[in-house]
Design a protein around this ligand. Sequence first.
Ligand SMILES: NC(=O)c1ccc[n+]([C@@H]2O[C@H](COP(=O)([O-])OP(=O)(O)OC[C@H]3O[C@@H](n4cnc5c(N)ncnc54)[C@H](OP(=O)(O)O)[C@@H]3O)[C@@H](O)[C@H]2O)c1
Length: 327
Amino acid sequence: MPKQIVISELGGPEVLKYQNYDLPSNIKNNEVRIKHTAIGLNYIDTYHRSGIYPLPSTLPVCPGLEAAGEVVDIGVNVKAFKIGDRVAYASPPMGAYCDIRDFPENKLINIPNFLKNDDVASILLQGMTVEYLFERLYKIQKNEFILFHAAAGGVGLVASQWAKSIGCKMIGTVSTKEKGELAKEHGCEYIINYKEENVSKKVMEITNNEGVQVVYDGVGRDTFLESINSLSVRGLLVSLGQSSGMVDKLDLHQIFNPKSLFYTRPNLMNYTLNNEELKECSNKLFEKMRIGEIKSNIFKKIKLEEAQKAHEILQSRKSFGSIILEP
Ligand SMILES: NC(=O)c1ccc[n+]([C@@H]2O[C@H](COP(=O)([O-])OP(=O)(O)OC[C@H]3O[C@@H](n4cnc5c(N)ncnc54)[C@H](OP(=O)(O)O)[C@@H]3O)[C@@H](O)[C@H]2O)c1
């Protein structure tokens, strides 16, 4: 019988329970049945588990938005995939933390021959995120300084490599010396340890008192004000997440008016709105992987049944790069 992780109540990692489940006997016409070989763990999974982000349906639910695997059956209208194909996804509908599931054809992509399923499951969501952040939301430039928080995390290590490939001078924040060294090895040009140093003061030193035109902030509460202080006039704060917690209520005038700043709170789903955008976005990532500019960074492979442990590691700031779950 297949197994899945289920959340029946919101809370800490302990609410993730490993259970049997029944697959539907019929596949929907436009869906593909995928036997997972690797499941991507993302910070957003912890927001869903704890209730920081609303769940798409009532409890109980199977969490997870990213996985890779093999097509084992297809619905009658499916055209783009066949049994035996290697495929991956990084989007709703939620429910990736399981052995086998049905998934809509139009949100699925083929895995290129030169990539392994594990690598794709570890990087697809984080890598496509960096694609839209650096190539479409704000186009980073050669020799430009940018500030990126948590530079040794899953998204952070892809960002370090992507920035380097463009010649952009990324200033990355980290909490330990070891994480700083890793981000540097991946192409992050300047490192700030935000546990020990004042971020905006250091950014001003590096940028000759100009500040940066864009800050990418996935840490949230603990970094928000320093992100604002690091921006130049008419700069853009890209608030992509909140691993340290939600940003407190703000006086918008006081925060944004003095430097005429811009603010955006984007998500990947709005930058992969249809099958065409999804393919363009994933192909740009895969091409960078093919030519060796971006590599996956699997920090740990953890059994699906130990999803609790995986969430604990991610939230305790002990991980570097990405974690994948093995069904
Ligand atoms: N908007 C989007 O489209 C989108 C898509 C993907 C991810 N994201 C966001 O991007 C961020 C990074 O995601 P990820 O999956 O790659 O995670 P991650 O960066 O691997 O893990 C989060 C990191 O945040 C840092 N952090 C700072 N304060 C923390 C705290 N109090 N508790 C826990 N961690 C803290 C830690 O790095 P240090 O130890 O170096 O501080 C930690 O390793 C998350 O906010 C996520 O939600 C957004």
